[in-house]
Design a protein around this ligand. Sequence first.
Ligand code: PLP
Length: 358
Amino acid sequence: MMAAPRLNIDLGKLHHNASCLVERLACRGISVTGVTKAALGSAEIAATMLRAGIGSLGDSRIENIEAMRNGQLVATMVLIRSPMLSQVDRVVRQVDVSFNTELEVIRKLSSAAQEADRVHGVVLMIELGDLREGIMPDDLLGTVREMLSLPNIRFKGVGTNLACRSGVCPDEKNMALLSELVTAIETTFGLTVEIVSGGNSANLQWALSGAKTGRVNDLRLGEAILLGRETLYRQPIDGLHTDAITLTAEVIEAKIKPSKPTGLIAQTAFGEMPAAIDRGPVRQSILAIGQQDTDPCGLLPTARTRVMGASSDHLILETDGEHQSVGKEVTFQMNYSALVRSMTSPFVAKVINASSGL
Ligand SMILES: *Cc1c(COP(=O)(O)O)cnc(C)c1O
């Protein structure tokens, strides 16, 4: 029997997802940076992205980039979160380009790069309304001016990130502003901005809609490749697999139980106060998986099963149709939150299927 719980990772489906997106965006003059953070630096997943025509890999964690370097991957490695001051030495050694918003950090990168005798590339992130990372547009030219004077730092371009914090949609207006800012940098400093990274999986609708893409020539895609969904409305992307990575757990108890608990009701293990409604007896099973292994709210069961709740290591499932039995396995598609937590849990096996389509 295979280990449970486990993530089933289908490299053929991931390859299909990545190469579809690379092709569709190439028609719009946009290249893809493959975002690997949810894959925890898996060299197999990263290598699959590269085989699909992706040229650079982006990750928010230096640990993941170091793991991919150790996996002998040949690609431009991009740190897509501002480096911590405490990590600049590791960053200049292993990362080609980092995303930055603070001059204080870029100055430290410059000193570290001088010491390591390397040149470090910098992309400046611009705040365009979502209120996560980014330099305010009014401060951009001043920041570029200061940065251009720093030794061992190469200005590679600009980027922006929408949707993640506030759900702000990438649209013609904010994307046009990004292009205008690129032009302003070029005319002010007499240089060419090489990378214009317009955003993440939330930018796909805009990018493929036929809207003018302006100067945007790169998107950073994670979820769209791994889960086959756009991220504004979480709809499946045409022609892509939403089950390239699935999660399987094993049934350890299967009983008919009342739907209404007995006794006085206070808090559960995770502090909720569930509504106790009597729906009569139900087919309830327990899977050996829980909050320590995944985000139970992010599991997408099939039509006749429902996730009713979870504690650290028990997940409660109700089924309408055929009753589960002990030892049976149940497989779920996942949202991004469930994927990230399952990838990160040491209790979840990662089973890679490389046979299909490669
Ligand atoms: C995570 C992340 C991405 C990738 O986002 P997806 O929604 O997975 O495509 C892109 N850019 C930045 C800065 C990120 O942190």
